[in-house]
Design a protein around this ligand. Structure first.
Ligand SMILES: *Cc1c(COP(=O)(O)O)cnc(C)c1O
Length: 432
């Protein structure tokens, strides 16, 4: 394949200006490309599986605005629904029937959810669920897993994966020790470590929170029996099990990882897909627990824009599109073709690599593997990933700018898009 470098003059100009105006030139750290090197491209518009940058270059996108674009960017039916909703205003700050519609859809879909509360981001959902968990169990300690990300709230910024891992910050300055002193950590897929923590902290652990399939340390699925083991251990110790399905909810299956793997947590957090590209988060679970939230109960949590009609509309339409028969079969099929293809090409071009895929979520590590946890993931050749990322970008494929992020496909990605991506990958892997 002949490769002529793309022109990114406008991207460079805009990003240079941005760096003067906003810390690092971005509104969220990973976007700055620090871990892969080089300059980020500045987006102009998105449609289906594609992105166009401000210089007019087109890319096949495997980030999907970090997950929400599961139906493809700017799906015409989502955009049309938003146009209609806009005519009625942008925010009510009062009850609307739209909230009932999305709440019912979420409750019908997600096995653990009997009641739901809408918020504005995944971070907010995880913060709120932790307060609720502590109030319900009257215990302060929690267990999280190394490499799992649950948003940027203080108590979760311990071994928190992608964004933090990428910058090499073990923690963040500004987080007081007191905020994380009740956050215990264990390696993912290590039931023995969790057992030991329960034994050492008898009757003190309120719950266990995890990404049931990790996406924020690269793509790491649970080993057989891991989720079931956590379910048993939490039961045994009177603790709650929380699945953070902000990334995996409505992506791995319509009912999330809990439906796919048949393990039902007590509480679940959602975000990304359920907002259809607008800012949304949600948390839900057992009715007896959720009834503790204000104003039904004493646990305070609120939000000016929560349940906002535009976000509800985009979410409702996105979930409607996902309900069509064959959705998850199609996502699995195209993503498998991509993930298998990438591994095969890596092998043929002499690179150590491992990876995998479930439904529309995939990963590729430049290490021989296998990767069961964050320690394993960190053995990846991140410098090589940087060269791979840059090579793909320059040839029209946009991958997440970090070795420690999962990739996402959408219903808009065609077999032809995947084939083109694989042809590009072969070219790049032969040259790095
Ligand atoms: C993205 C993500 C969050 C945080 O959601 P925001 O909307 O970015 O605040 C929390 N948990 C998981 C698993 C995520 O992937």
């Amino acid at each position: 394949m002949v490769h002529t470098p793309i022109k990114t003059t406008k991207s460079q100009e805009i990003f240079a200006t941005a760096q003067n105006l906003m810390p690092g030139g971005v509104s969220s750290p990973v976007r700055a490309f620090k871990s892969v090197g080089g300059q980020p491209i500045v987006f102009d518009r998105v449609q289906g599986p594609y992105i166009w940058d401000v210089d007019g270059n087109q890319y096949i996108d495997y980030v999907g605005t970090w997950g929400p674009a599961i139906c493809g960017h700017a799906h015409p039916e989502v955009i049309a629904a938003l146009h209609e909703a806009l005519k009625k205003g942008t925010s009510f700050g009062a009850p609307s029937a739209l909230e009932n519609v999305l709440a019912e859809m979420v409750i019908d879909a997600v096995p653990s959810i009997e009641m739901v509360r809408f918020v504005n981001s995944g971070t907010e959902a995880c913060m709120a669920v932790l307060r609720l968990l502590r109030a319900f169990t009257q215990r302060d300690k929690i267990i999280k897993f190394e490499g799992c990300y649950h948003g940027h709230a203080d108590m979760f910024l311990v071994k928190a994966g992608s964004g933090v891992a990428t910058l090499g910050l073990p923690d963040s300055p500004g987080v007081p020790k007191s905020a994380t002193s009740n956050t215990l950590t264990a390696p993912f897929n290590d039931l023995e470590a969790v057992k030991a923590l329960f034994a050492e902290n008898r009757d003190e652990i309120g719950g266990v929170i995890l990404e049931p399939i990790v996406g924020n340390a690269g793509f790491i699925p649970p080993d057989a029996g891991f989720l079931e083991g956590l379910r048993e251990l939490t039961h045994e110790h009177g603790a709650l099990l929380v699945f953070d399905e902000v990334m995996t909810g409505f992506r791995i299956a319509y009912g999330g990882v809990q439906e796919k793997f048949g393990v039902t947590p007590d509480l679940t957090t959602l975000g990304k897909v359920i907002g259809g590209g607008l800012p949304v988060g949600a948390y839900g679970g057992r009715r007896d627990i959720m009834s503790m939230i204000a104003p039904a109960g004493p646990v305070y949590q609120a939000g000016t824009l929560s349940g906002n009609p535009l976000a509800m509309t985009a979410g409702i339409k996105t979930l409607e599109l996902l309900q069509k028969p064959g959705t998850y079969e199609y996502l699995d099929q195209v993503t498998k073709k991509l993930a298998d293809g990438l591994l095969q090409i890596a092998k043929e071009t002499g690179h150590e690599a491992c990876g995998g895929q479930i439904s529309g979520m995939f990963g590729l590590f430049f290490t021989s593997g296998p990767v069961h946890n964050y320690e394993d993931a960190k053995k990846s050749d991140t410098a090589k990933f940087g060269r791979f990322h840059r090579g793909m970008l320059e040839r029209g494929v946009y991958l997440a700018p970090s070795q420690f992020e999962a990739g996402f496909t959408s219903l808009a990605h065609t077999e032809a898009d995947i084939e083109q991506t694989l042809a590009v990958a072969r070219d790049v892997m032969s040259s790095i």
